[in-house]
Write a new protein. Structure first.
Length: 379
């Protein structure tokens, strides 16, 4: 962790669990202006880790017979997804990102549309939307109005936050309860999480770090976006949590404590999905699968909000867990062609992940082959 801080992350903190033992640690600062140290128990915007919570809530409704995975979404939400698209796209396709519906984020934040042609990128949209209250329907409409990302049910999916806003609206439709309330009562509370929730406003309650966004070097020095209205992402990426809570959540989920074994098996049926940074991840229904030779199969999710990054992975046997938070995002500056370049932070984080998941008890991870870990563009 000290290596990650030295490579350029202001603050990094984590909890690692191994066969009943728990380690918590932190390195660096929560505030670069005051030097306030970061702590391992701080609350954090966990971005798309939220998607696992939303997917689990949907699977609970599948178990109760109110939602059918292979039913067309147009049958549930005809006003939001009308016509042929609504007939072709199923609930499962939303969950595993094979709907072909593109992400709304470039259209809600038009000044970042230039990625990866970074000379065209600016922070204007981030600043303009800091206190804006988005409605899910308007964001969904932006995604549906954009050129399709692919055909519904394609063998390779395309990651899209629009899918998970639609799933939030689906939950509200079938339960008669706002999706955030349903997820809180039936997923967060069922898992026994004490520091996890959807923020009521732009500010985070409780101890937390500032969250610095670099926007691929466009914002220099990086700017704090810890105060931000999370309505721009809702049931796709709005949760605030702690690393302890995330490990507890994934332990309960993978042990059958949130959804039943049949639902969990559905969630773990993966296919290749192209992430927002162009990489490919093995994605199920709200879960990533990460294979590390010599260490095993891990399940979880990563997430990125403006200035805040998170990765939470749990080994398939439940005995090894890692949740890591960093308070800087999109640190990879461009080359002369405008393409993001590797940064020492990338290697330092990869080394941390390998040691946290694969060490031999003496802090060594030499038996673990290099792995492609989920990137920081999964918002």
């Amino acid at each position: 962790m000290d290596g990650v801080h030295s490579a350029g992350i202001p603050g990094v903190y984590a909890e690692v669990r191994d066969a009943g033992l728990t380690w918590r640690g932190a390195s660096g600062v929560a505030d670069v202006g005051t030097g306030r140290p970061v702590r391992p128990d701080m609350r954090h915007r966990v971005g798309s880790v939220t998607k696992t919570f939303t997917a689990a809530a949907v699977m609970q409704q599948v178990e109760q017979g109110r939602i059918r995975l292979d039913a067309p979404i147009g049958g549930y939400l005809p006003q939001l997804v009308p016509g042929e698209r609504g007939r072709k796209i199923t609930v499962r396709m939303l969950l595993n990102h094979t709907s072909g519906i593109p992400d709304y984020i470039p259209y809600a934040f038009p000044s970042i549309q230039g990625f990866p042609s970074l000379p065209d990128v600016s922070s204007k949209s981030l600043d303009d939307n800091r206190f804006r209250q988005f409605r899910p329907a308007e964001l969904i409409e932006l995604g549906l109005a954009a050129p399709p990302a692919g055909e519904p049910g394609a063998p390779t999916g395309v990651y899209s936050n629009t899918n998970y806003l639609l799933l939030g609206q689906l939950l509200e439709q079938v339960t008669g309860t706002p999706a955030e309330e349903y997820i809180t009562r039936n997923v967060i509370e069922r898992a026994g999480l004490r520091h996890t929730g959807f923020p009521a406003g732009p500010r985070i309650e409780g101890p937390h770090s500032r969250m610095y966004e670099a926007l691929w070097g466009v914002i220099d020095p990086p700017r704090d976006y810890s105060v931000y209205n999370a309505s721009w992402t809702g049931t796709g990426a709005a949760l605030v949590s702690t690393m302890e809570d995330l490990n507890r959540f994934y332990a309960r989920l993978l042990d059958g404590g949130i959804v039943n074994r049949s639902s969990l098996a559905q969630m773990q049926r993966t296919l290749p999905v192209r992430a927002l940074d162009g990489s490919t991840v093995q994605y199920g229904l709200g879960l990533h699968r990460v294979e590390i030779r010599g260490c095993g199969t891990f399940w979880g999710h990563d997430g990125s909000a403006w200035g805040a990054g998170t990765l939470s992975l749990t080994r398939a046997d439940g005995k090894r867990q890692m949740s890591v938070a960093v308070n800087l995002q999109r640190w990879n500056g461009p080359d002369s062609s405008g393409n993001p370049q590797p940064h020492p932070i990338d290697g330092a984080l990869s080394a941390l992940y390998r040691q946290a998941m694969c060490d031999d008890g003496n802090g060594r991870a030499e038996n673990a082959s290099p792995a492609k870990f989920p990137g920081t563009m999964v918002l």
